[in-house]
Ligand binder design. Structure first.
Ligand code: FS2
Ligand code: SF4
Length: 572
């Protein structure tokens, strides 16, 4: 196997024997093959659209969901990928028949020599299908001909890495699009754009470094629209988030813990457990659920338990009830809670119960009633603050925009920091806590994503001379759009560009949603972004050089947060 799509990749170069995330070579191979197959299905979907075949909603959602399944820490279940590969073939055959019926043109089947992967041996994705009778192991063997490593060797590390960067950006955009779809929002143009980007990767144009760089920035623009669609979908379905204190204490009785990002599942589960005496708690990225008016109206949405995804093995083991993983980040569970863990949507783990599209929460509810639940003996002691505060979406911040603007003009607010993104297991991520705790009192901090757990236990108080809290939790990584709205509105108010505001972005990245968000920031021309804890392994010094030259992207100074602080206060 070879995988270097996330920040924690082995030795900062690539996972080659087993993933640091726990991904096996079998699953890694099946994921590579899934991406190969989806490039072909995307090419057929584009051909169908060009031929005037009506948009096929099943194809669109299947592509987005399956791409999402290959994102880090989403799905480790080899059987699900084998199913996906077979289903992709069926959908491809359906599209091909529809194109023929309309007299349309099929996708151009470029040779592997034209694509620059001559040694691959696998045909162009639009002409490839699962060989009859192939087992999962056979497919894994075959995947070695479609793997990242081979393409990188043939294309060279710079072009190969940039192509992978595009593939990872697509994974992020597809994940956000799929999240929006789960909330009832979809957009034909966005689906077509994802397919265009996938098909581009199987075209000779992708052999040109300049064309790939252009495509990366274009995809950043696609992602901006996707994040807006997701933000609008959340607000229209559950109401705009409002600032909310979320208890970290627990109530006695049966309980269910919900992790991941999916608010549609949260709502459905709250409805399914209404009046059953079961309390629902959030973990990790589900914390912002408490801020949505229509979700917090359910009185048994009781509080928050635990911190970020990388702590799940310890924290899930301590939870005396079942756990529902709605999306990333999931990890292979130890025995201590495997029988209490359920996945749904694109999340998957071999041997763990999966709640399918029919959304029958019955077994999860039965498990909650069967488990010990919280009682006088196992109530956790909460150290420090008894609550987290969340719900400062762009709507809430813009409602006090006049006060923020006034604070900047009067010098009460010297600088705003966005410290957010992903969390992860590396010790070096303590940089974000160190930076947060060293910020002067005349600063405010926007945070979002699971990186918030590096700073949201700290007491920042209010901005002196104002009633404004200094730490504003804007929500999940999925809510990054809100930060863009706030920055753009402030820039408008001051009649300047976002780069001229007293604002610095210090981003903590881990997986491919963060790649998509970064591309959006570059698409918007935002400069001086700090990125850590490590720079992406898939970008060579040459490719990074382009980003540094154009956007002054800087690695976080892990050993000297005070140096970063000084430079950021000077807008550098
Ligand atoms: Fe956190 Fe993990 Fe949110 Fe990422 S729960 S790192 O995949 O999506 O941010
Ligand atoms: Fe390694 Fe990350 Fe790939 Fe997992 S997703 S195999 S940790 S690079």
């Amino acid at each position: 196997m070879f995988c270097f799509q996330c920040e924690q990749t082995q030795d900062g170069t690539g996972c080659t024997t087993v993933g640091v995330c726990g991904k096996t070579p079998l699953v890694a191979g099946l994921q590579d093959l899934t991406m190969h197959s989806l490039k072909g299905l995307a090419a057929w979907a584009l051909a169908a659209r060009a031929a005037g075949v009506p948009d096929d909603a099943e194809v669109n959602n299947f592509i987005n969901g399956s791409v999402f399944a290959t994102l880090t820490n989403v799905n480790f279940d080899d059987a699900r990928f084998v199913e996906m590969l077979h289903h992709a073939d069926k959908l491809q055959a359906r599209l091909a028949a529809a194109v023929r019926a309309k007299g349309g043109a099929p996708p151009t089947l470029h040779s592997t020599a034209e694509l620059g992967w001559a040694a691959s041996g696998l045909p162009h994705p639009a002409a490839w299908s699962v060989p009859e009778g192939a087992s999962a192991r056979d497919l894994e063997k075959l995947s070695r001909k479609a793997g990242v490593d081979l393409r990188r060797r043939e294309l060279g590390p710079t072009l190969g890495g940039l192509q992978e960067c595009l593939a990872y950006g697509i994974k992020g955009v597809a994940a956000y699009t799929h999240h929006a779809f789960m909330l009832g929002a979809s957009d034909a143009g966005q689906n077509a754009a994802i397919q265009e980007a996938l098909a581009f990767l199987a075209s000779p144009q992708a052999r040109d470094v300049g064309a790939v760089l252009d495509k990366l920035l274009w995809l950043g623009g696609v992602n901006l629209k996707t994040m807006q669609m997701l933000s609008d979908a959340h607000a229209s379905r559950f109401g705009a988030p409002t600032p909310t204190e979320v208890p970290l204490t627990v109530r006695p009785g049966p309980c269910i813990l919900v992790s991941g990002h999916d608010m549609a599942d949260m709502e459905a589960l709250l409805k399914a457990t209404e009046g059953k005496g079961i309390n629902i708690y959030t973990h990790g990225e589900m914390l912002p659920a408490h801020a949505y008016p229509k979700l917090k109206a359910h009185k048994h949405l009781a509080g928050h338990f635990g911190t970020a995804w990388q702590q799940q093995k310890r924290e899930f083991a301590l939870f005396p009830g079942p756990i529902l993983a709605t999306t990333n980040c999931v990890l292979e569970p130890p025995k201590s809670y495997k029988d209490r863990l359920f996945t749904t949507n694109e999340a998957g783990l071999g041997g763990v119960k999966h709640i399918g599209d029919g959304k029958d929460y019955g077994p999860l509810i039965a498990k909650a009633l069967e488990c010990e639940g919280f009682n006088a003996e196992n109530m956790p002691e909460v150290e420090g603050a008894a609550h987290f505060t969340t719900g400062f979406g762009h709507q809430a911040i813009l409602a006090v925009a006049d006060q923020v603007i006034d604070a900047i003009k009067t010098g009460k607010l010297e600088h705003i920091f966005l410290i957010g993104g992903c969390d992860g297991a590396e010790k070096s991520r303590k940089y974000y806590s160190q930076l947060g705790s060293s910020l002067p009192a005349s600063t405010m901090i926007l945070t979002l994503g699971c990186a918030k757990y590096r700073i949201n236990h700290l007491d920042f108080g209010n901005l002196p001379g104002t009633g404004l809290p200094r730490l504003l939790d804007m929500g999940q990584c999925n809510d990054a759009y809100g930060a863009i709205v706030v920055a753009s509105e402030l820039a408008k108010a001051f009649g300047c560009g976002v780069n001229d505001l007293p604002l610095s972005l210090d981003l903590s990245w881990f997986e491919q949603k963060a790649v998509a968000v970064l591309l959006t920031l570059l698409h918007l021309g935002i400069k001086n972004i700090r990125l850590g804890p490590k720079l992406p392994a898939f970008l060579t010094p040459e490719a990074l050089g382009v980003l540094i030259e154009r956007y002054n992207i800087q690695p976080a100074s892990l050993d000297a947060p005070e140096e970063d602080l000084k430079r950021m206060m000077a807008n550098k």
